[in-house]
Ligand binder design. Structure first.
Ligand SMILES: [Zn+2]
Length: 186
């Protein structure tokens, strides 16, 4: 299933995931403001619940964060790759890097490593345990130390409005406009 946790829904991502639903994919739309937890811990608790539920159901878990735009082909790559933990790098404002923007966990990983419990009390620097700001790096580090490194499938479009926008977004728009009869972007 695709887990889509959000504070603000990005319409382009919503349209894309709706199109996935029409192809039979189950999308778990999770409004983090409805999670009964302090707001900075809502993502942690929502993910921990899916982690355990998917492990129990022997179901793979895909995370798509609110502003990350997967193509159908990219989503399909999660289904076909035999590796246990896969993901895409996203633009982080100055470079591409790995987080939890678009990642797929095989259920065997969810079942073998109860990472939410492992990182439950992690605190590094000034970021408190279970805070969303370090959830991605804490999960990736905890998995990496257990020999589960992220298999990177490439880069995925990130719609977050950074001062320096994702070059991939511009590339997509330029490609779309140049393939239509409309004028290209300046
Ligand atoms: Zn892979």
């Amino acid at each position: 299933m695709i887990f889509y946790p959000y504070v603000t829904i990005y319409p382009a991502v919503q349209r894309r995931l709706r199109s996935f639903e029409h192809r039979g994919v189950y999308v778990d739309w999770c409004d983090l403001s409805t999670v009964e937890a302090p707001s900075e811990e809502a993502y942690y608790w929502a993910l921990a619940e899916r982690w355990r539920r998917c492990a129990q159901a022997q179901e793979d878990l895909v995370i798509i964060e609110q502003d990350v735009l997967p193509s159908w082909k990219q989503y399909q790559s999660f289904l076909t790759c035999p590796l246990r933990y896969c993901g895409y790098h996203t633009w982080l404002g100055a470079s591409y890097g790995a987080g939890l923007g678009a990642n797929r966990f095989r259920w065997e990983v969810l079942d073998a490593y109860d990472i939410p419990t492992v990182i439950h009390d992690y605190a590094d620097g000034s970021i408190p345990p279970r805070a969303w700001q370090r959830l991605d790096t804490r999960i990736n580090d905890a998995l990496a130390t257990r020999g589960v490194a992220l298999d990177c499938h490439g880069v995925m479009a990130h719609l977050h409005p950074y001062p320096i926008p994702d070059p991939l977004i511009r590339h997509i728009y330029v490609a779309r406009y140049s393939s239509s009869r409309r004028s290209p972007l300046p």
